[in-house]
Design a protein around this ligand. Structure first.
Ligand SMILES: Cc1cc2nc3c(=O)[nH]c(=O)nc-3n(C[C@H](O)[C@H](O)[C@H](O)COP(=O)(O)OP(=O)(O)OC[C@H]3O[C@@H](n4cnc5c(N)ncnc54)[C@H](O)[C@@H]3O)c2cc1C
Length: 207
């Protein structure tokens, strides 16, 4: 994992050279990859998360990656794609068999499609900040919050088990811990803001 600004310091180096130099920055990684060989040319892409404005339209549904792709940090993509296929199949079935219920079925489909990625994104967006890092490194199971968190990360994001209370508590603890460590929170927020900024093609800040 690295900050976007670092990736933009590549300048005119080839992708392969930049990759090799980046690996060399980490001695243990470099040692582990000492005898590794490239199996294909090095390729690069930007942030590959995206989300469509809509989940469906006239005679089509957007399933899986066709609707959204979120950072695979919690390995959620296949589960979300498969779940969307189940919900999509039910929705199409209802639209064909009971056209009068189509609008309600599509509304439910839309809600479900947005729910899963949103639940994971809340954690993905915060996972690298100090508050979340400390909570992960010193886990405690007060009011079963640890179980609720594990349940979410295992894919329980559609409200089929009673984890809503403990999960809200987890988020409350997160915000309370952030507020109690206000200076650290502010510092992390500023660092993030500094790191995620507009840069020109040479890597220099544009503002
Ligand atoms: C680097 C990376 C790491 C990832 N790691 C994980 C992970 O650890 N765990 C996890 O759960 N998810 C992970 N994902 C996400 C996961 O792979 C996807 O979210 C998931 O595969 C989406 O499934 P899908 O069926 O929507 O799309 P896809 O799996 O992309 O399936 C779409 C299929 O449609 C085919 N196709 C495209 N166009 C046409 C056409 N015109 N005609 C016919 N066929 C076509 C494609 O060839 C493809 O086979 C990762 C993704 C990436 C990029």
């Amino acid at each position: 994992m690295t900050w976007p600004y670092y990736l933009k310091t590549r300048d005119k180096k080839s992708l392969e050279q930049f990759l090799r130099e980046t690996i060399a920055l980490c001695a243990p990684l470099s040692a582990r990859l000492n005898h590794a060989q490239l199996s294909s040319p090095v390729e690069a892409t930007g942030n590959y998360s995206y989300v469509c404005d809509r989940t469906h339209g006239s005679n089509y549904l957007l399933l899986g990656d066709a609707y959204t792709f979120i950072d695979p940090v919690f390995s959620s993509g296949v589960m979300l794609a498969m779940h969307s296929a189940f919900v999509g199949a039910d929705t199409v079935d209802t639209c064909l068999r009971h056209p009068q219920r189509a609008a309600a079925a599509l509304k439910k489909f839309d809600y479900t499609m947005r729910l899963g990625p949103k639940a994971f994104s809340w954690f993905i967006y915060r996972v690298t900040n100090p508050t979340m890092r400390n909570m992960f490194m010193q886990p405690r199971n007060i009011f079963r919050v640890k179980e609720a968190l594990l349940s979410v990360l295992a894919g329980d994001v559609y409200g089929e088990t009673p984890i809503r209370g403990p999960l809200l508590l987890f988020k409350g603890l997160y915000f309370a811990t952030s507020a109690l460590n206000f200076r650290r929170t502010l510092k992390a927020w500023r660092a993030r803001k500094r790191n995620i900024r507009a840069v020109d093609e040479t890597g220099a800040a544009m503002n």
